[in-house]
Design a protein around this ligand. Structure first.
Ligand SMILES: Cc1cc2nc3c(=O)[nH]c(=O)nc-3n(C[C@H](O)[C@H](O)[C@H](O)COP(=O)(O)OP(=O)(O)OC[C@H]3O[C@@H](n4cnc5c(N)ncnc54)[C@H](O)[C@@H]3O)c2cc1C
Length: 520
């Protein structure tokens, strides 16, 4: 993972790509991994940082989707449960089993959800994570010590997968590079290039760091820009009918004391009929989410105050210790790239299934879906791309392709476990020089040596890349992250050969971003 190597390849191979992928989220990077591992030549360009869009802003669950079970969408649940199992096999260092408790306050909830979860187990089959069962009131309290006990009758426990979305994305990006793909971040597609017959044959790319304009030509251009898909579709046909209906989902992050213990809470029906999760994550508690339609996509969507109120109000119903606005350590919003169905008015009703579309001029768009199914989305996309671009058809190999960092017993690396097989090298770097083992802030676990690693090996280019995605500091404690920015900027400036003015500009731009993660 080296940006200047990627840029050099982009400059020197302007006409040789099999696939050009636009968008560096789970979908685009998944396509790059799939195509490169089949032996195709792949270029991927991302306008900002990898994962800057939705893919770092999810609920961080690798799940079948209990809500789709409620909706009776059995094929979608089965596909997702299968993908969940495949992903745990390919990235055991990042996907872990998380027990969820559905607390029961009404007599009918125990049999109703008990049976529902048994169906979930059956659908998972050999890909199951653990058996569900009904819990007594005492067992429920033992699992969730801070659960609201007034009126509590018992609970139902079931199992799903949890991960760190941005970390998996970076490890997938490293996998893509190891398979031969060329990836460049901060490279925005500004125009689609067409041949004399009007077919899409490439992209014009703006290097956001230097301002240089470049061209790349290839057999197939894949539009994997999530909530931004229609922007690229309109570069193809200016009157293209929108297919994406973006919907915003917000999470708030609280101190772990609100939900100690190792189980999460799943609330199947909030006031507006949606699902709400309270999840232990990286020594904090993550609560969400909402589903609010928005008009236009943005790289930094901002939570609406009423969304934060909604989450806190429901959290108070289920937790003994009532969270207030002042308890919120961070809050963040993401945009679901939902593919609009004719006549659907409520975004919660829109399918989470993915859609692969080819325009008359040959632009291939892959949109919708979810993190859990990124691999299947990529397989379907590359199958279509091979036909569309007249590429040699090759079998998909990602069902059994280890993802970078693969390690069956990463827990033995303790605090470094999420780095998987990179952990010993990172630990060695951190211990190699005085000062590198220092934390960037007393309330954040991030060490200075890790920032160095991110710059050298994971293509981190800005303070935001380090604090929001390579580490999750901004999500864990937005105030602490803002205070850590000068120290991170100084390390990056030294690593990337930038001057003091650059470091100061980075601090300011990060302070601007962090403002949206702070409720008060
Ligand atoms: C609140 C919320 C919670 C969710 N929780 C879960 C969950 O727990 N589990 C799950 O499985 N799924 C979950 N999802 C769904 C999942 O996160 C998304 O389906 C997935 O991340 C979408 O990935 P993507 O690559 O399509 O989009 P993105 O991650 O948004 O990536 C698109 C990328 O394209 C880039 N781009 C745009 N225009 C250009 C251009 N002109 N040139 C170059 N690049 C460009 C953008 O910068 C962006 O990085 C959740 C979604 C939301 C919103």
């Amino acid at each position: 993972m080296n940006r200047s190597d990627g840029l050099d390849r982009l400059r020197t191979s302007p006409a040789s790509w099999d696939l050009i992928v636009v968008g560096g989220g789970a979908t685009g990077i998944g396509v790059a991994v799939d195509a490169a591992s089949r032996g195709h030549d792949v270029l991927l360009v991302e306008q900002s940082d990898f994962g800057k869009g939705t893919s770092s802003r999810s609920t961080k669950l690798i799940h079948g989707g209990v809500r789709y079970l409620q909706q009776g969408n059995i094929p979608l649940v089965m596909e997702a449960l299968k993908e969940r199992g495949i992903l745990r096999g390919n990235a055991p260092h990042l996907v872990r089993d998380l027990p969820f408790v559905v607390p029961n306050y009404k007599w009918w909830e125990a049999p109703f959800y008990g049976i529902g979860m048994r169906v979930y187990d059956v659908l998972a089959g050999k890909y199951g994570f653990g058996k569900s069962k009904n819990l007594s009131k005492e067992e429920t309290v033992a699992r969730i010590p801070t659960i609201e006990t007034e009126g509590l009758l018992g609970g139902v426990i079931y199992h799903d997968g949890q991960f760190d979305d941005a970390r998996l994305l970076i490890h997938l990006a490293m996998t893509a590079v190891e398979q031969g793909a060329t990836l460049v971040n901060y490279a925005r597609v500004t125009e689609l290039l067409k041949n004399a017959e009007g077919f899409v044959e490439g992209v014009r790319v703006l290097d956001e760091e230097s301002g240089e304009e470049l061209e790349a030509r290839g057999r197939v251009v894949v539009n994997a820009t999530g909530a931004f898909s229609d922007t690229i579709r309109r570069m193809d046909v200016s009157s293209a009918r929108p297919i994406i209906q973006p919907s915003q989902g917000v999470h708030v992050v609280l101190d772990r004391s609100f939900l100690p213990g190792s189980a999460a809470i799943m609330v199947p029906h909030t006031d507006d009929g949606r699902v709400l999760f309270a999840i232990p994550w990286l020594d904090r508690v993550l609560i969400g989410t909402t589903d609010t339609p928005v008009d236009a996509p943005s790289l930094e969507p901002v939570p609406f105050p009423e969304e934060v109120d909604f989450i806190l109000k429901h959290a108070r119903r289920y937790l003994e210790k009532d969270p207030e606005l002042g308890d919120v350590l961070s809050m963040f919003a993401g945009l679901r790239p939902l593919v609009a169905a004719e006549g659907a008015e409520d975004t919660a009703e829109i399918s989470r299934e993915h859609a692969v579309r080819v325009s008359d001029s040959g632009l291939l768009t892959i949109a919708g879906g979810k993190w859990t199914t990124y691999r299947k989305m990529a397989e379907d996309t590359v199958d279509v791309a091979e036909t569309l671009g007249d590429l040699e058809p090759r079998d998909c190999v990602t069902r059994e392709l280890n993802i970078h960092g693969f390690h069956r017993h990463a827990e033995k690396f303790g605090a470094w476990a999420e780095y998987g097989s990179d952990a010993p090298e990172i630990e060695a770097l951190v211990g190699s020089e005085a000062g590198l083992e220092e934390q960037v802030h007393p309330r954040l676990p991030l060490r200075k040596g890790e920032v160095t690693w991110f710059a050298r090996h994971e293509m981190a280019r800005t303070v935001d890349d380090v604090l929001a995605r390579r580490s999750r500091s901004l999500l864990l404690d937005a105030r602490a992250a803002r205070e850590a920015a000068p120290s991170v900027a100084a390390i990056l400036a030294a690593e990337l050969d930038r001057d003091d003015a650059w470091a100061r500009a980075q601090e300011e731009s990060f302070a601007e971003i962090a403002r949206n993660y702070l409720p008060v």
